[in-house]
Design a protein around this ligand. Structure first.
Ligand code: HEM
Length: 221
């Protein structure tokens, strides 16, 4: 189902979508720099500080942007003729975003435990090793890559249309030519109660009447 948003609203929502999505990408890039520092830096105080900053950025910038990107992306899809399931690039971005949000939430929860360790007054070497988890780089690097792919898809909008999208395009073209579509027939059948033909002795069933009516509908010029 799609409904077309008025132009002003569409522009407003697109602005919100680009800010949240590309903001998420920028925050992920800054996060990656801190993650590399955590693994490379030998100074325990620097590692501790980086983990505490990473936790703040994750909860207060990255997670809100990720949800905002998902939400505004869905609005932008159903509120325009792009639709949510019609074009492969939109569908792929949707799946990518949902997957990224799941991984992000799981990772950020474990990061909060590490921040608890980093906040201790004294750090043992075991604590320090725990903070220097390579997962920081894997998660932020992987996330950044996914967001770069999503941005390229969004800008280039490759042409591939899903089967559902093809059906919808076909229906739309037929409607524009003034022809009667399967969807119209379904709408009518839902509106008119349909008796079971086997219980109609010799009579024509309601769907039959509907179809006859449909086939005699004049095509508009
Ligand atoms: C994963 C992170 C995402 C990033 C980095 C991203 C990025 C972008 C960017 C930069 C644009 C503007 C492109 C242009 O105007 O040429 C855009 C548009 C769009 N995005 Fe996303 N997006 C993301 C997620 C999503 C999701 C989850 C959906 C849908 C479920 C979505 C649906 C759309 C649609 C339909 C447009 C076109 C809107 C229009 O033309 O009015 N995006 N996206």
């Amino acid at each position: 189902m799609t409904m077309t948003m008025p132009l002003r609203l569409r522009k407003f929502m697109l602005t919100a979508h680009v800010i949240s999505s590309v903001g998420w990408l920028g925050a992920a890039a800054a996060y990656l720099v801190l993650a590399v520092d955590v693994l490379a830096d030998q100074d325990a105080q620097a590692v501790r500080a980086a983990i505490l900053v990473m936790e703040l950025i994750a909860w207060f910038v990255i997670v809100p942007f990720a949800f905002a990107s998902l939400l505004t992306g869905i609005v932008q899809s159903v509120g325009t003729t792009w639709g949510l399931f019609r074009h492969y690039w939109v569908l792929f971005k949707l799946l990518l975003n949902i997957f990224a949000v799941f991984v992000l939430l799981e990772y950020t929860t474990s990061l909060s435990q590490l921040a608890g360790v980093a906040a201790k007054t004294t750090l043992s070497s075991a604590d320090l090793n725990q903070l220097k988890d390579p997962g920081h780089i894997v998660h932020s690097g992987g996330g950044l890559l996914a967001l770069l792919v999503a941005t390229v898809l969004a800008v280039y909008k490759p042409r591939g249309v899903t089967r559902y999208g093809q059906r919808k395009q076909h229906e739309q073209r037929r409607r524009q030519r003034g022809e009667f579509t399967k969807a119209d027939r379904q709408d009518l059948e839902e509106a008119v109660p349909v008796p079971d033909p086997s219980t109609q002795p010799g009579g024509m069933s309601a769907p039959g009447l509907v179809v006859v009516g449909a086939s005699h509908r004049p095509a508009s010029s």
